[in-house]
Ligand binder design. Structure first.
Ligand code: SF4
Ligand code: SF4
Length: 151
Protein backbone atom coordinates (compact mmCIF):
# COMPACT_ATOMS: atom_id res chain seq x y z
CA UNK A 1 0.00 0.00 0.00
CA UNK A 2 2.83 2.35 0.91
CA UNK A 3 4.59 1.69 -2.39
CA UNK A 4 1.33 2.33 -4.27
CA UNK A 5 0.91 5.66 -2.49
CA UNK A 6 4.47 6.58 -3.32
CA UNK A 7 3.87 5.78 -7.00
CA UNK A 8 0.70 7.88 -7.13
CA UNK A 9 2.42 10.81 -5.41
CA UNK A 10 5.43 10.59 -7.72
CA UNK A 11 3.23 10.57 -10.84
CA UNK A 12 1.05 13.38 -9.55
CA UNK A 13 3.83 15.79 -8.71
CA UNK A 14 6.59 14.53 -10.99
CA UNK A 15 7.29 15.34 -14.66
CA UNK A 16 4.37 14.42 -16.91
CA UNK A 17 4.92 11.52 -19.32
CA UNK A 18 2.20 12.55 -21.79
CA UNK A 19 1.09 15.75 -23.47
CA UNK A 20 -2.29 17.32 -22.99
CA UNK A 21 -3.11 17.29 -26.70
CA UNK A 22 -4.62 19.44 -28.21
CA UNK A 23 -3.88 22.02 -25.50
CA UNK A 24 -0.17 21.30 -25.75
CA UNK A 25 1.71 21.27 -29.03
CA UNK A 26 1.76 18.04 -31.01
CA UNK A 27 5.06 16.16 -31.02
CA UNK A 28 7.27 16.92 -34.05
CA UNK A 29 7.44 14.10 -36.58
CA UNK A 30 10.56 11.97 -36.63
CA UNK A 31 12.77 12.62 -39.61
CA UNK A 32 12.12 9.26 -41.27
CA UNK A 33 8.48 8.86 -40.29
CA UNK A 34 6.12 7.83 -43.07
CA UNK A 35 3.50 10.54 -42.89
CA UNK A 36 1.90 10.91 -46.29
CA UNK A 37 2.86 10.91 -49.94
CA UNK A 38 3.23 14.15 -51.87
CA UNK A 39 2.99 14.56 -55.65
CA UNK A 40 4.96 17.09 -57.65
CA UNK A 41 2.57 17.59 -60.61
CA UNK A 42 5.16 19.36 -62.73
CA UNK A 43 7.37 16.23 -62.74
CA UNK A 44 4.56 13.75 -63.39
CA UNK A 45 4.17 12.36 -66.91
CA UNK A 46 0.91 10.47 -66.20
CA UNK A 47 2.50 7.11 -66.99
CA UNK A 48 0.29 5.25 -64.43
CA UNK A 49 3.12 3.13 -63.05
CA UNK A 50 2.35 4.33 -59.50
CA UNK A 51 -1.31 3.32 -59.91
CA UNK A 52 -0.35 -0.14 -61.17
CA UNK A 53 2.14 -0.70 -58.32
CA UNK A 54 -0.14 0.55 -55.53
CA UNK A 55 -1.27 -2.48 -53.49
CA UNK A 56 -4.20 -0.55 -52.00
CA UNK A 57 -5.56 0.74 -55.30
CA UNK A 58 -5.34 4.26 -53.91
CA UNK A 59 -4.06 6.08 -57.02
CA UNK A 60 -6.03 6.82 -60.17
CA UNK A 61 -4.38 8.36 -63.21
CA UNK A 62 -6.49 9.82 -66.01
CA UNK A 63 -4.10 10.59 -68.82
CA UNK A 64 -6.83 11.92 -71.12
CA UNK A 65 -8.09 14.53 -68.64
CA UNK A 66 -4.68 15.20 -67.11
CA UNK A 67 -5.72 14.14 -63.62
CA UNK A 68 -3.82 12.33 -60.85
CA UNK A 69 -5.89 11.31 -57.83
CA UNK A 70 -5.08 9.83 -54.45
CA UNK A 71 -7.69 8.30 -52.20
CA UNK A 72 -6.01 9.08 -48.89
CA UNK A 73 -8.32 6.76 -46.98
CA UNK A 74 -7.06 3.82 -48.99
CA UNK A 75 -3.36 4.72 -48.85
CA UNK A 76 -1.42 2.56 -46.39
CA UNK A 77 1.74 4.68 -46.82
CA UNK A 78 3.79 1.72 -47.99
CA UNK A 79 5.97 3.88 -50.28
CA UNK A 80 5.71 1.56 -53.31
CA UNK A 81 4.66 4.46 -55.55
CA UNK A 82 7.60 6.56 -54.35
CA UNK A 83 10.03 3.82 -55.35
CA UNK A 84 8.29 3.01 -58.64
CA UNK A 85 7.85 6.50 -60.10
CA UNK A 86 10.37 6.89 -62.94
CA UNK A 87 10.30 10.69 -62.66
CA UNK A 88 10.63 10.89 -58.85
CA UNK A 89 7.39 12.86 -58.87
CA UNK A 90 6.17 11.31 -55.59
CA UNK A 91 7.96 11.83 -52.30
CA UNK A 92 7.29 10.67 -48.76
CA UNK A 93 6.64 13.42 -46.25
CA UNK A 94 7.12 12.80 -42.54
CA UNK A 95 4.13 15.02 -41.76
CA UNK A 96 1.00 13.10 -40.97
CA UNK A 97 -2.32 13.86 -42.56
CA UNK A 98 -4.87 15.09 -40.04
CA UNK A 99 -7.81 12.87 -39.23
CA UNK A 100 -10.98 13.31 -41.24
CA UNK A 101 -14.49 11.95 -41.08
CA UNK A 102 -15.09 11.75 -44.81
CA UNK A 103 -13.00 10.36 -47.66
CA UNK A 104 -10.15 12.57 -48.78
CA UNK A 105 -9.64 12.45 -52.51
CA UNK A 106 -6.58 14.49 -53.38
CA UNK A 107 -6.79 15.61 -57.00
CA UNK A 108 -3.95 17.15 -58.99
CA UNK A 109 -4.20 18.61 -62.46
CA UNK A 110 -1.24 17.45 -64.49
CA UNK A 111 -0.22 18.79 -67.86
CA UNK A 112 -0.22 15.76 -70.17
CA UNK A 113 3.16 15.33 -71.87
CA UNK A 114 3.27 16.72 -75.36
CA UNK A 115 3.52 14.16 -78.16
CA UNK A 116 7.03 13.80 -79.51
CA UNK A 117 7.77 15.93 -82.56
CA UNK A 118 7.83 13.91 -85.79
CA UNK A 119 11.29 12.81 -86.68
CA UNK A 120 13.06 14.59 -89.54
CA UNK A 121 13.10 12.49 -92.69
CA UNK A 122 16.19 10.37 -92.97
CA UNK A 123 18.76 11.70 -95.41
CA UNK A 124 18.71 10.11 -98.83
CA UNK A 125 20.36 6.72 -98.83
CA UNK A 126 24.02 6.97 -99.45
CA UNK A 127 25.09 5.98 -102.87
CA UNK A 128 26.22 2.36 -102.94
CA UNK A 129 29.89 1.97 -102.54
CA UNK A 130 31.67 0.98 -105.69
CA UNK A 131 32.35 -2.74 -105.79
CA UNK A 132 35.84 -3.63 -104.84
CA UNK A 133 37.97 -4.86 -107.64
CA UNK A 134 38.43 -8.61 -107.97
CA UNK A 135 42.00 -8.27 -106.87
CA UNK A 136 41.18 -6.56 -103.63
CA UNK A 137 38.49 -9.22 -102.82
CA UNK A 138 41.12 -11.81 -103.19
CA UNK A 139 43.36 -9.80 -100.91
CA UNK A 140 40.63 -9.63 -98.23
CA UNK A 141 39.97 -13.34 -98.20
CA UNK A 142 43.61 -13.88 -98.18
CA UNK A 143 43.97 -11.83 -95.05
CA UNK A 144 41.30 -13.96 -93.33
CA UNK A 145 42.94 -17.09 -94.37
CA UNK A 146 46.21 -15.81 -93.09
CA UNK A 147 44.95 -15.76 -89.46
CA UNK A 148 43.58 -19.31 -89.61
CA UNK A 149 45.75 -21.76 -87.73
CA UNK A 150 47.68 -24.22 -89.75
CA UNK A 151 45.87 -27.56 -90.17
S1 SF4 B 1 2.08 4.80 -50.45
FE1 SF4 B 1 1.49 2.70 -51.01
S2 SF4 B 1 -0.69 2.58 -50.61
FE2 SF4 B 1 -0.17 4.76 -50.64
S3 SF4 B 1 -0.55 5.39 -52.73
FE3 SF4 B 1 1.61 4.83 -52.63
S4 SF4 B 1 1.67 2.67 -53.26
FE4 SF4 B 1 -0.47 3.16 -52.74
S1 SF4 C 1 3.51 10.02 -60.30
FE1 SF4 C 1 5.21 9.07 -61.36
S2 SF4 C 1 4.60 6.94 -61.70
FE2 SF4 C 1 2.74 8.12 -61.18
S3 SF4 C 1 1.88 8.72 -63.14
FE3 SF4 C 1 3.19 10.41 -62.46
S4 SF4 C 1 5.19 9.98 -63.39
FE4 SF4 C 1 4.02 8.09 -63.53
Amino acid sequence: MASMLELVTRNFFGKKKVRLYPIEKERDAYERSRGRIVLNPSACILCSICAKKCPADAITVDRKDGKWELNAFRCIICGECVTACPKKAITMSNERRHSASSHIIETHKVEPPKPAAPKAPAPAAAAPKPQAAEGSKAEASATIEAVKPEA
